[in-house]
Design a protein around this ligand. Structure first.
Ligand SMILES: Nc1ncnc2c1ncn2[C@@H]1O[C@H](COP(=O)(O)OP(=O)(O)OP(=O)(O)O)[C@@H](O)[C@H]1O
Ligand SMILES: [Mg+2]
Length: 314
């Protein structure tokens, strides 16, 4: 359904995303993980044509949606794709809700535009969607404004809006980070239902590897603007190849050892413009070889499960 080929994104500060490939099939859930600043959000925004154009440019690559290159569409064409085919749940919920519109109006807009629902049918669908995301109470709820909601409640309204148009592809950027675990589980169940019901595909951007293990089919691990490992979730978690994935997996708290000290990954992700020509993880890697920082690592493994590492863990 979606195929990103050799995508490069650049800003004044340097190369932000450096030649990534990603593919998602209908009904598939892909987890996109990696430390803060590695390029997850701007990759997601590029798929929707929502990059801040003055600041970030696509310098290379293609984004194919059902075979059509959507990187080259104009604004009008892209507007139809957004909402009809691809929806996004943003990391910052407040900035994407309209402060002067009631919940009924914001969610209703998408229902009118994409599913031709109006009047009483629209209102009852708004109620149903709000109840699905854990905001029941019908008319009273739908007449509220964003400022009358908590951060977590606003996030759930965003999710209701994204699901309202029954997109073929949902891109969810940290959709449940601000929510408590019960609501988080409800939202993930809801996404699962939509996959089962009409084959919705989903790219889930998250820091939470536990959520990825539970909900995703495949996982792509990003580091400093590159995908360093990708494969079926079970394979990657059982036998990680890249040393960064291996280190990331060690940071997951074990349910059977509460309070145990977790080995944090020391150091920080190098900034764009300050990345070595080789593997950007080399300076933090305990298993680095002399060539790691200087030469771009080869792609190692199979077509399904591969990593870019000079000294893979498996
Ligand atoms: N508008 C912009 N102009 C210039 N650089 C930007 C812009 N937006 C993001 N960047 C840079 O692009 C890189 C990737 O940012 P991005 O927001 O995609 O990270 P992320 O992986 O989503 O991080 P997080 O987990 O914190 O959300 C960062 O180095 C960031 O500083
Ligand atoms: Mg982000």
């Amino acid at each position: 359904m979606l195929r990103i080929e050799d995508l490069c994104l650049e800003a004044g500060s340097g190369v932000l995303v450096d030649g990534i490939d990603l593919a998602v099939d209908a009904g598939e859930m892909l987890g996109l993980v990696g430390e803060s600043g590695c390029g997850k959000t701007i990759t997601a925004l590029s798929v929707l044509g929502l990059l801040p154009r003055q600041a970030v440019r696509v310098t290379q690559g293609r984004i194919l949606f059902n075979g059509r290159d959507i990187a080259s569409l104009d604004d009008d064409e892209m507007n139809t794709v957004r909402g009809n085919d691809i929806s996004m749940i943003f990391q910052e919920p407040m900035t994407s809700l309209n402060p002067v519109m009631t919940l009924a109006d914001q969610i209703g807009e998408g229902l009118a535009l994409h599913r031709d629902l109006h009047g009483a049918r629209q209102a009852s669908e708004v109620d149903r969607l709000l109840a699905l995301v854990g905001l029941p109470n019908g008319p009273e709820q739908r007449r509220r404004y964003p400022h009358q909601l908590s951060g977590g409640q606003r996030q759930r309204v965003m999710i209701a809006m994204a699901l309202a148009c029954e997109p073929a592809l949902l891109i969810a950027d940290e959709p449940t980070t601000a929510l408590d675990v019960t609501i988080q589980a409800q939202i993930l169940d809801l996404i699962g239902e939509m996959r089962a019901r009409f084959g919705m595909a989903c790219i889930l951007v998250t820091h939470d590897l536990g959520v990825v293990a539970e909900t995703c089919d495949t996982v792509a691990v990003m580091y400093a603007g590159r995908i360093v490992e990708q494969g079926p979730v079970a394979d990657v978690f059982r036998t990680p190849r890249h040393r960064y994935t291996e280190a990331l997996l060690r940071t997951i708290p074990a349910a059977n050892a509460p309070g145990a000290m977790l080995p944090a990954i020391s150091g920080t992700v190098p900034q764009p413009g300050a990345r070595p020509p080789g593997c950007a993880f080399a300076e933090r890697c305990h298993e680095a070889l002399p060539q790691c920082a200087g030469q771009r690592p080869p792609r190692d493994g199979t077509k399904e499960h591969f990593a870019m590492c000079w000294n893979p863990a498996s």
